[in-house]
Design a protein around this ligand. Structure first.
Ligand SMILES: *Cc1c(COP(=O)(O)O)cnc(C)c1O
Length: 415
């Protein structure tokens, strides 16, 4: 199910023509579907119904305030990785009591901010973080709720840059060392032990590694119980993959059924932190073809979106589907690299794509609702795109296109 379909030969976002949106708001332009966000959030929430659970959207996948607001209204919790993301969640009406704070390098200022807000849990990733958090909490006269993020050392079989649960990765505490760190945490006046967390990687197409990790974490839960440390929750992380090309994305329902099975008879709340699986297919990036040029052995479609707008293709060698907004049959299709105006050879959105194009045509990059706008930069002094949220027939400007003044804000000429 996708909320970006063709109607009468034009790509639509729900009931709105993408061509009209591009005309009205300009390109490049991110478009999100409220229905898509809602359906994917509910897929997780409903799959876990019947057990105590919380679906915490991974804010780093798409942190637009309106997107967070849509999810907050559905009852979502949030997984954050910075103080900035916490402030976004609060601004969007998210409940701090449903926030978990992940990340390998939290500053003391971020710890204090999160304690003041009253978040649900810090996912602590190291011994040094535990000690610093203990100090900050004690100075504030509170106890910080924590889970240790353990590294279960399972191979998620995904891209090396988005694999996080192997011994060689920087994330989490080795599961073998977790027990002694929990025992130490239990003695700390500024710490309250709440749960355990793991997150092994992203864009996982097979749930087996996730269940492997869960088994290893549950064995740890039992060892801790034997030492007198009882946990309230288990945070399974995020990472379920989506379809970019021809992948078969795992169904949240299958994952949830397996989790429920393993948790039977245990009084543990389940937390999950999906990012990509909620917002990925709920967004597209629309760009206009500036012109076509033939190189010696290659043809290029130069478009007005670039790596600064959408980094995934060049950063991860990610394949993202590129489709014409208004398919045409009056010119032959040819093989082109879809490239942007940025002065880098790595500035491409797609390579070797069979497309029938004329200058001025619109293209849509699908599955751009996660790790799209959030990774955009101003490289080459390019304004970041407008973000639109479509809801049925309605269009909401979720973020205006940046102006030149936005780009130079805070810069000062010499006196
Ligand atoms: C990135 C991240 C997520 C979300 O990952 P997805 O693949 O987008 O679901 C969840 N939890 C943690 C700790 C993360 O770092």
């Amino acid at each position: 199910m996708n909320d970006f379909e063709y109607r009468d030969g034009v790509l639509h976002a729900e009931n709105v023509s993408v061509a009209d949106l591009a005309q009205r708001y300009g390109t490049p332009c991110y478009i999100y579907s409220r229905a898509g966000l809602t359906r994917q959030f509910r897929a997780f929430d409903e799959a876990l119904s019947g057990i105590d659970h919380r679906v915490c959207f991974a804010v780093k996948a798409n942190s637009n305030l309106a997107v967070l607001q849509v999810l907050a209204r559905l009852g979502a919790g949030f997984d954050i990785v910075s103080g900035g993301e916490l402030q976004r969640v609060l601004r969007a009406g998210g409940d701090p009591a449903k926030v978990v704070f992940s990340g390998v390098g939290k500053t003391r200022a971020e710890m204090q901010l999160a304690l003041e807000a009253g978040i649900d849990c810090f996912n602590v990733e190291s011994s040094f973080e535990l000690h610093q958090l203990n100090e900050v909490a004690q100075r504030m006269g509170v106890r910080a709720p924590i889970a240790l993020r353990v590294n279960p050392d399972v191979d998620p079989k995904t891209h090396p840059y988005i694999s996080t649960g192997l011994k060689k990765n920087k994330f989490g505490v080795a599961i073998a060392e977790a027990e002694s760190l929990y025992l130490e945490a239990a003695t700390m006046a500024g710490i309250r032990i709440k749960g355990v967390a793991s997150h092994i990687g992203s864009q996982l197409l097979d749930i087996a590694p996730l269940l492997d990790a869960l088994d290893r974490v549950l064995a740890l839960v039992d060892r801790l119980a034997a030492r007198g440390i009882g946990l309230v929750h288990i945070d399974c992380g995020g990472g379920l993959g989506v379809r970019y090309k021809d992948e078969v994305a795992p169904d949240p329902a299958d994952w949830a059924a397996a989790v429920k099975d393993r948790l039977r008879g245990r009084a543990l709340r389940v937390i999950t932190e999906p990012g990509r699986a909620i917002s990925g297919n709920a967004g597209v990036l629309v760009t206009r073809v500036l012109g076509l040029k033939g190189g010696q052995s290659k043809a290029f479609a130069v478009v007005d979106a670039a790596m600064n707008d959408l980094l995934r293709p060049t950063l991860y060698q990610a394949w993202m589907e590129i489709v014409p907004v208004t398919p045409r049959s009056d010119v032959p299709a040819c093989n082109v690299d879809v490239v942007g105006p940025v002065c880098e050879t790595g500035d491409w959105l797609g390579q070797d794509r069979l497309l029938a194009l004329k200058p001025g045509d619109l293209l849509a990059v699908r599955t751009a609702g996660a790790y799209g706008f959030v990774m955009a930069s101003n490289y080459n002094t390019r304004a970041r795109p407008v973000e639109l949220l479509v809801d049925g027939d309605h269009v909401h400007v979720a973020r205006a296109r940046e102006s030149f003044d936005d780009l130079i804000r805070g810069e000062n000429l010499l006196p």
